[in-house]
Design a protein around this ligand. Structure first.
Ligand code: GRF
Length: 225
């Protein structure tokens, strides 16, 4: 994902077909569906894929008329065989951008190579602080005063790829994991559709670790009065 400084900015995505990968509740997936329904995000969710048959978000997706698919990872002999199967299902539906939304699996080469710079994840911390599990508990235990959410491009490392967007929330002295998680989750629901729109809009490139959006050209700037 390390890109030379003269790499051209990405063009807008002509295909705006999302594959959303979930393992549980699916509230971020729902936020994406709601943003599309409300006209705030120009995209289609082509497939919601879960690695667990009991993922509650599957019912939400079905109720919204979205195709769902369960691929239980235990049925594949290896991580890479599983990732290749997931990549194949997404590609078969013409998916152009993969959104991890509470998908509790590390993503490997077969998926990343099929969708280069087109796999997004949302994480409930201000990365690089508190990657991994229980990010909200980590934040409270560490005593930070500000927490938040991050949407990033996914690479082979955990919660580590270039940052597309972040949102901060305050941590109150009496916060519990539940109260802080709820405050962060509200920001996640706002942030994820916006970040998906940013990636689909094009005009960005990755430079080193940085996700850089092209500054507007003079003719694109709002007219000053
Ligand atoms: C969210 O907090 C997300 O940041 C993390 O897992 C949780 C998923 O929640 N990766 P939901 O399934 O989207 O409700």
């Amino acid at each position: 994902m390390d890109t030379a400084p003269d790499t051209p900015f990405t063009p807008p995505d002509a295909v705006r077909r999302l594959g959303v990968l979930i393992s549980g509740r699916g509230s971020n997936m729902q936020a994406i569906l709601e943003a599309i329904a409300a006209g705030r995000l120009d995209a289609t969710v082509a497939l919601v894929l879960a690695n667990r048959a009991d993922a509650a978000g599957l019912a939400v997706a079905r109720a919204a008329g979205v195709e769902t698919l369960v691929l239980e990872h235990g049925r594949w002999p290896s991580r890479s065989a599983y990732d290749a199967a997931v990549a194949g299902e997404l590609a078969a539906r013409g998916v152009s951008l993969v959104c991890l939304a509470g998908f509790m699996r590390l993503i490997g080469a077969p998926l990343l190579e099929r969708f280069p710079e087109r796999v997004l994840n949302i994480h409930p911390s201000l990365l690089p602080a508190f990657p991994g599990l229980d990010a909200q508990r980590q934040a409270i235990d560490h005593g930070v005063k500000v927490a938040g959410a991050t949407v990033h491009l996914v690479d082979a490392a955990l919660d580590a790829g270039p940052i597309v967007a972040q949102a901060a929330v305050p941590v109150a002295p009496d916060d519990t994991v539940a109260s802080l998680s709820a405050r962060i989750l509200a920001e996640e629901h706002r942030l994820y559709p916006v970040a998906v729109g940013t990636v689909l809009a094009g005009g960005w490139r990755v430079e080193g670790r940085r996700f850089l959006v092209r500054p507007p050209r003079p003719d694109e700037r709002p007219a000053s009065r």
